[in-house]
Design a protein around this ligand. Structure first.
Ligand code: 1GP
Length: 252
């Protein structure tokens, strides 16, 4: 079973999945083994690894430290073409569909594709959308693109449908790391109602209750980064995982 199939299985069996984002620039490598073991035990369904910037030069060492301490998928969430490694189980092959910057629509993908192929790394094609966050996030600044306005679910839906028709496997609605406001439920609901792709939602989610609302609105995977960097206790992560796993609508 490849990583994408494992994720679909999580969605089927648990209703929705919970990912923790580990940014090598923000997480100390020495602390990773114990944190990753605890988070896995607490019910996390996968680790995303990456960041908008990468000042550290031991990306692969971070990946190894995570991989060696968990049984759940370790997936690269690349902030740039430097973040490709076969140590991971898979990479989200991101296409920044909410923007109109050709570099992030096709330029970086063309550079990364031969490296991914050569490494035999599983690539999961993902329509990535930045959603207005109430503040300028690193993702918005670094990508040099405009996010989708938070009060325009119809525009977000049109992008998601384009991703589905093109043949992508996920849509990722991201308010960006450290967003003041997370992706609105109304937008998630609009997409989940008409688009068949699993929806990943992240950016600015700070409480299990907030995660629960996103799942109830139709999110298939929830991502937290900032909040779990600061509250890395087993019980807090467990609360998040339980909120995500117990909130999917019965019909999904
Ligand atoms: C950002 O979705 C992730 O790409 C996580 O965001 O750090 O705000 O949790 P936070």
């Amino acid at each position: 079973m490849n990583t994408f199939e494992r994720l679909l299985k999580v969605r089927k069996e648990r209703g929705a999945g919970y990912f923790i984002l580990l940014d090598p620039d923000k997480n100390k490598r020495e602390q990773l083994p114990s944190f990753v073991r605890e988070a896995t035990e607490a019910g996390v369904d996968g680790f995303l690894v990456g960041g908008s910037l990468m000042s550290t030069n031991d990306f692969e060492e971070h990946l190894r430290a995570i991989k060696q301490n968990t049984s759940v998928p370790v997936i690269i969430f690349p902030g740039g073409i430097m973040q490709v490694s076969s140590v991971a189980d898979a990479i989200l092959f991101l296409i920044l569909i909410s923007g109109r910057n050709p570099e992030h629509l096709i330029g970086s993908q063309v550079i990364a594709a031969p490296i991914i192929k050569r490494n035999g790394l599983e690539a999961i094609s993902t329509g990535y959308m930045l959603i207005e966050a109430g503040n300028m996030t690193s993702a918005e600044f670094m990508s040099n693109t405009k996010p989708i306005p938070r009060d325009k679910p119809d525009i977000a839906l049109a992008h998601a449908l384009a991703a589905e028709i093109i043949g992508m496997k996920f849509v990722y609605l991201d308010a960006g790391s450290g967003a003041h406001a997370s992706v609105p439920e109304e937008m998630i609901r609009a997409i989940a109602g008409k688009c068949s792709l699993p929806i990943i939602v992240g950016g600015g989610i700070r409480t299990p209750e907030e995660a629960r609302k996103k799942v109830q609105a139709g999110a298939s995977f929830i991502v937290t980064g900032t909040v779990t960097e600061h509250n890395n206790h087993h019980s807090f992560i467990k609360e998040f995982a339980e909120a995500v796993h117990s909130s999917a609508p019965v019909s999904r």
